[in-house]
Design a protein around this ligand. Structure first.
Ligand code: AN7
Length: 356
């Protein structure tokens, strides 16, 4: 028998080369991101009836979030240009991804995160990958404006999604959905923070449509957390609040991109409450065996809300992007679950608890 390369995956830059800006091969920095599963939510029939629900589980990327698709592009491009260091402001996942890809590229990473508002898993990643982690006594929006000022004046490459290469890489999520399904879904649901991802998915769908790879486009459905919903309100939020720290953002960088996705696709940008987010988070992990982080569950919470409001019809196919892995935020998981039972190492007592 001979070995085959069946199933091997070379990362989004090489796999989707024809649809991405050119990068010299020796600058490509990849952790083989992408190729995440599109999982059918078979147990959610009680909620969704005959609406077909598919989950794009981006938590299975190398650093546990969708950010890796954009980061491979941004860091590879920075490396090609000869940059020695990258910088980002982050609610956590961007910092984890930037730190990992910078380490792989042999570059320095500087990350600015809001003190006390970043999930433990994400902080531990940035620290382990050797980034210079700065915890700002302020929120994400303040951190981002400092990063913008630094990159305007110093030779450090910005890898927030204002960097257009981030959006280019992230659009590959839409390509994969089309490849897996064989067509575009009717609706695509996403959580919205800085609105980079909804901008990127819409760009990806449009490019496949323009190239006749798909013959219809989905309606883009973006969901912010109620206490951090600037796009829904139509103005920045000074002091954003939500349990979903990843999307605790009051002044999104890609605001215009989100409006464009909504208008061109005939979709919506709406809000879900923290309790709706937590309900969806728990439903997914307990009924489907899929553990995403709270911000990711905003997409499912949005889909549940749309089903209840009669927006979704029988026969519709919807895709929800689950942007990050549940292990990123163990505190949120533990705080929203019943406490484990403490019991002595005594079989009788254990059997009693098990009601056997
Ligand atoms: C799990 O890491 O903004 O609307 O700095 O981590 O493209 O911003 C994270 C955002 C959704 C929102 N889900 O995506 C950051 C950061 C998760 C996230 C979003 C984020 P965008």
């Amino acid at each position: 028998m001979q070995l085959t390369r069946k199933g091997l995956w070379d990362g989004v830059i090489r796999e989707f080369r024809d649809f991405l800006p050119e990068i010299k091969d020796d600058a490509v920095t990849t952790l083989k991101e992408g190729n995440t599963p599109l999982i059918e939510a078979v147990n959610l029939k009680s909620i969704f009836g005959n609406v077909r629900v598919l989950l794009k589980f981006e938590g299975l990327n190398p650093t546990g979030s969708f950010k890796d698709r954009g980061m491979t592009m941004a860091v590879s491009k920075a490396r090609e240009e000869g940059a020695r260091a990258v910088i980002c402001a982050s609610t956590g996942n961007t910092s984890a991804s930037a730190s990992a890809y910078a380490a792989a590229a042999g570059m320095k990473a500087y990350v600015l995160v809001p003190d006390g508002s970043i999930a433990l898993g994400k902080l531990s990643q940035a620290m382990m990958h050797g980034a210079m982690v700065m915890q700002i006594k302020g929120n994400f929006d303040e951190a981002l404006s400092i990063v913008k000022e630094i990159t305007a004046n110093y030779p450090v490459k910005m890898v927030n999604s204002i960097n257009p290469f981030r959006i280019e890489g992230q659009k590959t999520g839409a390509f994969e959905v089309c490849e897996h399904l064989g067509h575009a879904p009717t609706y695509h649901f996403l959580p919205v923070g800085n609105a980079g991802n909804i901008t990127a998915y819409w760009k990806g769908y449009r490019e496949y449509y323009q190239n006749d790879i798909i013959s219809s486009l989905p309606k883009m459905m973006g969901f912010q957390a109620e206490g951090s919903a600037p796009i829904v309100l139509g103005h920045p939020v000074e002091n954003p609040q939500t349990i979903a720290t990843a999307i605790k953002i009051g002044n999104p960088a890609s605001w215009e991109g989100a409006l464009k996705a909504r208008e061109e696709s005939g979709g919506i940008i709406d809000a879900v409450s923290d309790s709706e987010i937590i309900e969806a988070y728990r439903v997914l992990s307990s009924m489907e065996g899929i553990f995403c982080e709270p911000a990711s569950a905003a997409s499912i919470a949005g889909a549940i809300k749309m089903k209840r409001n009669g927006v979704l019809n029988e026969g519709d196919t919807i895709v929800c992007t689950l942007t990050g892995h549940g292990l990123k935020d163990p505190d949120a998981a533990i705080n929203s679950s019943p406490k484990p039972v403490k019991v002595q190492a005594d079989i009788k007592k254990i059997l009693k608890i098990m009601k056997l």
